[in-house]
Design a protein around this ligand. Structure first.
Ligand SMILES: [Zn+2]
Ligand SMILES: [Zn+2]
Length: 353
C-alpha cells in the first residue's frame, strides 16, 4: 500500500475573482467516511456566480471562507474509515455533493440538497471540496462510477448533468417532444444530450454566445441553433410550425431567457427553470394560464436519481465529458476560473494526473 502524503495544496476562493492556494493536512477518514483521491473536479456556474466573483450566500447557507472549493468531484477511494459498508479502497466514485443529516424526510428520499438540518454541508461550500488532491467524504454520498465512464464523466454527473436529468425526467421528456434549451452553457449542453437520450426528436437551443451554439452543433447535441436576440422567438416558432416546443428548459438564469423559454413552450407543454438567480416577470394569463402550461422549478437531484443517471449513461455509452472544452491541472486553477467566468466556453474542469 502506498503511503499518503500528510499535507496537500487546495484552492480557496476569496470572493474577489481570484484563486488562492493554501496548505491543508490530508484528512483521515472517521467512522462512515472515505478518503478520495481526486481525479477530476469541474467548475460549476454556481461556483462563479455565488463564490468566485463574490460570496453571495451569507451565514451557514453560503460558502464558508477558507473552504476548499469544488462541488463536482470524482475520484478513487484510497482509505476507508471504520463502519463503511458498501465502498472499499480502489472503488471509483462520484459524489452527491451535499451531505445531509440522514434522518429528515428530504435525506431519506435522497434529496440531501433540501435537508434543513444544521449539519447539512455541501462539498466546496461548507466542507472541503474537490479542488485539492484528496477529499474526505461521507460513504453515504458516494455513487459507484462504472468502468466505461471516465472520471470526468463522473464529475459532470455530480452537479450539472444530475440537475438536467432531474428536470427532464420530472417533465417526462420523450419521443413525442421537441425540446427547447435556453442557455447552452454546461447545464444546457447536458440538457441537450440527455434530452436526446430520453427520446426528444428535435432539439432547439438558444444562447447569446455564437461559440456555445457552434459547440452544441459540433457535438451534434442540437438541431437548431438560435442566437438570443429580438428574433429568437420568431425563429423558434418558425422551426416548430408556429407551435413552440412541448418541453422547454431555462438553464441560463437570466430573466429574458426564462421568459423566452416560457413563450417558446407549446400549448399544454411543460417548462422548467433550473438556472439560478435573478427574477422573471410575465403576464400570467396569456403566457401560463391560457396556454395551459405546467411550470417546473427543479433544484439539483437526488442520490437515487444520480445513480439512475449514471447507470443510463453507462448503458448507452454516453459521455458527458465531450462537453468539456478546457482542462487544467490544479496549479492552473486561476486560469480555469477565469475561462469559466468568461461564459463563452463549454465545461471547464480541473484534472489530476
Ligand atoms: Zn454545481
Ligand atoms: Zn436531512
Amino acid at each position: 500500500m502506498t503511503t499518503l502524503p500528510t499535507t496537500m495544496t487546495g484552492v480557496v476562493l476569496p470572493g474577489n475573482s481570484t484563486v488562492e492556494f493554501r496548505d491543508f493536512p490530508v484528512p483521515k477518514p472517521g467512522h462512515g467516511q472515505v478518503l478520495i483521491q481526486m481525479k477530476a473536479s469541474s467548475i460549476c456556474g454556481s461556483d462563479i456566480r455565488a463564490i468566485y466573483r463574490a460570496h453571495l450566500g451569507k451565514g451557514p447557507e453560503g460558502y464558508q471562507p477558507g473552504t476548499i472549493a469544488g462541488h463536482e468531484p470524482c475520484g478513487q477511494i484510497v482509505e476507508v474509515g471504520a463502519g463503511c459498508k458498501e465502498f472499499k479502497v480502489g472503488d471509483r466514485v462520484i459524489l452527491y455533493h451535499i451531505s445531509g443529516c440522514g434522518c429528515c424526510e428530504d435525506c431519506k428520499s435522497g434529496y440531501m440538497i433540501s435537508c434543513h438540518n444544521e449539519v447539512r454541508a455541501a462539498y466546496g461550500w461548507q466542507r472541503n471540496g474537490g479542488h485539492a488532491p484528496y477529499l474526505l467524504a461521507e460513504e453515504n454520498t458516494c455513487v459507484h462510477l462504472p468502468d466505461n465512464l471516465t472520471y470526468l464523466d463522473g464529475a459532470l454527473v455530480a452537479c450539472g448533468f444530475g440537475t438536467a436529468w432531474e428536470a427532464l425526467t420530472r417533465m417526462r421528456v420523450n419521443g413525442q417532444d421537441r425540446l427547447l434549451v435556453v442557455g447552452l452553457g454546461p447545464v444546457g449542453l447536458a440538457a441537450a444530450m440527455l434530452g436526446r437520450a430520453l427520446g426528444a426528436r428535435e432539439i432547439l437551443a438558444v444562447d447569446t454566445s455564437a461559440d456555445r451554439l457552434a459547440l452544441g452543433k459540433k457535438l451534434n447535441l442540437i438541431d437548431h441553433a438560435v442566437l438570443s436576440n429580438d428574433e429568437a422567438l420568431d425563429k423558434i416558432l418558425t422551426v416548430t410550425n408556429g407551435k413552440g416546443c412541448e418541453v422547454s428548459i431555462d438553464c441560463s438564469g437570466a430573466a429574458p431567457a426564462r421568459l423566452l423559454a416560457l413563450k417558446g413552450t407549446r400549448q399544454w407543454g411543460r417548462c422548467g427553470f433550473v438556472g439560478e438567480g435573478n427574477d422573471v416577470k410575465f403576464d400570467v394569463s396569456p403566457h401560463l394560464i391560457h396556454p395551459q402550461i405546467t411550470l417546473y422549478g427543479s433544484w439539483v437531484t437526488s442520490l437515487g436519481h444520480m445513480a439512475e443517471l449514471t447507470e443510463r449513461l453507462s448503458r448507452l455509452d454516453l459521455h458527458p465529458d465531450v462537453t468539456v472544452t478546457h482542462r487544467f491541472p490544479l496549479e492552473k486553477a486561476a486560469e480555469a476560473y477565469r475561462i469559466a467566468d468568461e461564459g463563452q466556453s463549454g465545461k471547464v474542469a480541473i484534472v489530476f494526473a
